[in-house]
Ligand binder design. Structure first.
Ligand code: AR6
Length: 169
């Protein structure tokens, strides 16, 4: 494993990083899960910034300021809803990670923290999602100088154990 990837367990809204990634919806409005928590912690500035952007397609990502968060930016990545695996879910999930990393690269960010996109309300099987996330991040980091560091932030124990195993930790 590259030393540019780290694994932690916790609440992403409390973290100090250049950017935290939001598991967002297409409309970029506060929902439940990690998205709801990020909007609550960031305050009204984030809502306003998202309103300005308006929309993000599934598999893509947009960057806004971080409002009251310790993180400077929020990257809103829209993962797919799991529909059984035959509806381009893998491609779309990889896209959500890759397009987030592209934004981090363009903005020359040092550190980016990802939650386990799509594995909550959107129902993506956790082992499969972790495989896609890790592979996409590893491939991107091999080819790009920025972000210097990618942190996977797991909230639940199940995801943490899956990432531990898959990252060989
Ligand atoms: N910090 C880090 N991870 C968290 C936190 C937190 N504070 N809270 C939950 N998670 P989900 P999705 C984990 O449902 O599946 C929203 O309504 C959680 O354990 O937040 O991509 C959006 O607006 C899970 O592993 O996102 C969308 O409509 C992971 O975050 C929709 O849900 C993702 O779970 C997106 O669904």
């Amino acid at each position: 494993m590259t030393d540019r990837i780290r694994l932690i367990q916790g609440d992403i809204t409390t973290l100090d990083a250049d950017a935290i990634v939001n598991a967002a919806n297409n409309e970029l409005i506060p929902g439940g899960g990690v998205c709801g928590a990020i909007f609550r912690a960031a305050g009204p500035a984030l809502k306003e910034a998202c309103k300005q952007v308006g929309y993000c397609a599934t598999g893509h990502a947009v960057l806004t300021s971080g409002g009251n968060l310790r993180a400077r930016y929020v990257i809103h990545a829209v993962g797919p809803v799991w529909e059984g695996g035959q509806n381009k879910e893998e491609q779309l999930l990889a896209g959500a990670y890759r397009n987030s990393l592209k934004l981090a690269s363009v903005h020359q960010l040092q550190s980016v923290v990802f939650p386990n996109i799509s594995t909550g309300i959107y129902g993506y099987p956790k082992e499969q999602a972790a495989r896609v996330a890790i592979r996409t991040v590893q491939e991107f980091l091999e080819q790009h100088e920025f972000p210097r560091q990618v942190i996977f932030c797991c909230f639940d124990e199940e995801n943490l154990n899956i990432y531990r195993t898959q990252l060989g930790l």
